[in-house]
Design a protein around this ligand. Structure first.
Ligand SMILES: [Zn+2]
Length: 256
């Protein structure tokens, strides 16, 4: 019975993590890139861009780094050959172009034309940097905040988010933040619902940082990390009593 359990555990672990020996590798100071047939030029550019984002993302958010990604602690980026290969291997929905496992510091994606370097890469790295700061096992962090902070790292700040949000506001189709708190984007299949979820998420993060500044956002994230309570973090950093008050303030900011 015990042996059976160990075997089962081994199968479970191998199903979640790919075997590194099937891959080619490229190493830099903070990253190990695993790839199959991706062009060498793409891998070189990936290494250079990832190193650049390593400092930029933490600086932009005002996070001080305690955990340096060096030697055995380097982040791993797996590059599948194409979209289908990636989605099948990682069990991702058809709209997914990349995913991150923050605790393991692993990113999975595939060569994605020009958009890869400006959107997917900073987005997935943003997840890792954010979770390292607020805590991997912190149940108080709603998915929208995680996705909002990650999307905020994209070069074009999720271009079009402002248009989607204002359009939804005009049509009275915005989700309330308390409703957004309960949404898991992984199970969304409708393209409009996915776009609206991400647009709202990045719009709220953009509002908090633009309106109240980066330092206050750091206090918000620190309180979220220490108290593990979203409402307490909102009160402490912004004097919003709950997500309902944040929701109202954000909507009137959009209407200005
Ligand atoms: Zn994401």
């Amino acid at each position: 019975m015990k042996r059976y359990f160990v075997c089962l555990l081994a199968v479970f672990i191998s199903a979640n993590f790919v075997f590194a020996q099937d891959w080619n590798t490229a190493k830099s100071t903070h990253f190990i890139i695993y790839y199959k047939n991706a062009p060498g030029g793409f891998i070189d550019e990936l290494t250079a861009k990832a190193e650049n984002y390593y400092d930029k993302i933490a600086d932009d958010l005002g996070f001080r780094r305690y955990n340096f990604w060096l030697w055995d602690n380097r982040a791993k980026i797996y590059i599948y050959d194409d979209e289908k290969d990636y989605q099948a291997a990682r069990g991702q929905p058809s709209w997914s172009s990349g995913c991150a496992y923050p605790r393991e510091k692993v990113i999975y994606s595939f060569p994605y034309a020009k958009k890869f370097f400006d959107t997917i890469l900073p987005h997935e790295m943003g997840h890792i940097v954010f979770r390292e700061f607020v805590g991997f096992d912190n149940p108080a962090v709603p998915a929208w905040l995680d996705e909002g902070v990650a999307s905020y790292q994209q070069e074009l700040r999720f271009s079009g988010a402002g248009i989607i949000v204002k359009d939804a506001l005009g049509k009275n189709k915005l989700m309330s933040l308390s409703k957004l708190n309960a949404v898991n984007p992984q199970i969304l299949t409708d393209a409009d619902a996915v776009n609206l979820f991400y647009a709202q998420a990045v719009s709220v993060v953009d509002y908090l940082i633009k309106e109240f500044g980066r330092d206050r956002f750091v206090v918000f994230c620190q309180t979220l990390r220490d108290k593990k309570n979203l409402d307490k973090a909102l009160i402490w950093a912004y004097s919003f009593q709950d997500t309902g008050e944040l929701d109202q303030a954000w909507r009137s900011y959009l209407s200005r």
